[in-house]
Design a protein around this ligand. Sequence first.
Ligand code: HEM
Length: 560
Amino acid sequence: MSNSSKFEILAPAALLGLVNHFYFKRHEPKDAHTPLFFLIAQPIGLTYALSRSGSGAFTLSNILLASAAFLASLTTSIVAYRLSPWHPLAHLPGPTLAKVSKLWGLKLALSGNTARVTKELHEKYGDVVRNGPNSVSVNNGDAVRAVLGTGGLQKGVFYEPFSDATLPSKAIVNLAGDPHDNRRRIWNRGMSSESLRGYEAILAIRLQQLLDRLDGIAKSPQPSVDITEWISYLTFDFMGDMAFGGGFNMLLDGGDKDGMWGIIRLGVKATSIIAHIPWIVPTFNKIPGLNEVTDRLRRFGSENAGRRVKTGPKETRDLWYHLMDEDGHEKVKPTLPEVLVDGVFAIVAGSDTSSGALNAFMYCVLTHPGIYARVQAEVDRVYPDPDTLFDSEKHEELNLLRACFHESMRLYPPVATGGARQVPAGEPRVVAGKMIPEHTQIFLPPYSIQRNPKHYFPAPDAFDPDRWLRPSAETGDGSGGHEIVNHTTFLAFSYGAANCAAKHLAWREIMMVAAALFRRYEIRFAKDATAHQSTRWNETLGDYYVTEAEKMLVEIKLRE
Ligand code: HEM
């Protein structure tokens, strides 16, 4: 083919690439298959049209030539625009690859290193970092209220994959505005002091099961155990009891007999990764077999909901009782799919987060024997009689224990990066002193914010629970050089109207479990543990929306 006839194909194909960029910039794709179809079809159609007008033949080589020119011009134009001074986020610093493509964030999410890398980016670039073509990460105390507080921003597309698109209802975490407020009202009723007392009775049964199993291990000749595993069994069984009136028995079975725990964890992990490219979900939904995890979760939800509906309310009211409004407070009763979706979400939201908090606490205290001894002395003083261990009224007296949880969740938040809020169309915002244009996704990563010396000072990376107890600590930005503990920037349970709906329950749960373990056992890292199973366990944490933990091997001995 002569150079001039090549040009007759290359030039219009390249032009078509530019037109496509122009179009997609205005019309974000809602799925992957529609644009993919057009990206393949257009160069073919163009080659055909050109052949009809006498410019080149309709051959495979001409189709490939047109496709290459089309895709090259489209990609170049996208990359050039994203790096250009005309991009609305051009004024914000960040890694070049992150500015160019979401694949950068996706790769990071796959590695589980998002929290750690984001912190490094803030140390390098400052409070506001461009961490994607249209997203930013903000590490700034004032931004917490501005973004998550009243009049702040709603959740954006990042949360779409958190709901099963084939069901008629979304999970609470994925709702905004009035639908969120309505659902949250029901959740809040389910978390009243009276409801919490009921849940404590449910928790106490599971906690006793845990202690019975650990007693057995403590009395065995080899009292070494992966404590993270047993803590997960407890939090998972408890959430099953809460959400569906029972169903799991990992504590009694000593493992994940029917594989549901593994499925739920895999589901959360996959969601946390897919959330970076939410438009892929409708495409995945069309490919049979690809959604095995979602399908199993769906079946699990409906089977458990069906069983719970058949059984009816038990004497002790579970979360389902309140979510279903079984005592009839609401004018319009929640629908079964709504409750089912929130029931499954409660298990996801409430199991690995609580175990994450307990694991981090355990790690921090075990690596600080002085603090361990003080916590144990406090628990012994508050609960001289071990039979009263499940009485949460005494939690108020466990100041050091509470401070240890604040500090360990500050250093290792169970939701380390979290999801993004989105700037609405036509309403650009100033956040942390920077203009953030419409449609931008804004992350407020707890892991970075909670280790920022402007929010926690001195030694923001050190485990110092006493910082929460010393009266000298001030809320401020550190400008005075005083000790700082900025409570607004403690984001382990998030902040504002969509913060953790079960924060008070979670606190009772983790305090009760920790007090019981410390009162009953001497716990030390196991002698046969590797560094990553003991003193360097923190390095194994993976950020998959909820923090994922590796084994922590400890030895437990019954105390006299
Ligand atoms: C220590 C344990 C826990 C921690 C650290 C924690 C943390 C969080 C965080 C950070 C969020 C905000 C997520 C986001 O915006 O992306 C959240 C939301 C939520 N959590 Fe928790 N959580 C814990 C335990 C629980 C438990 C036990 C339950 C259920 C019984 C639960 C139910 C929820 C719900 C329903 C939401 C969504 C609230 C809304 O969107 O209005 N959480 N949690």
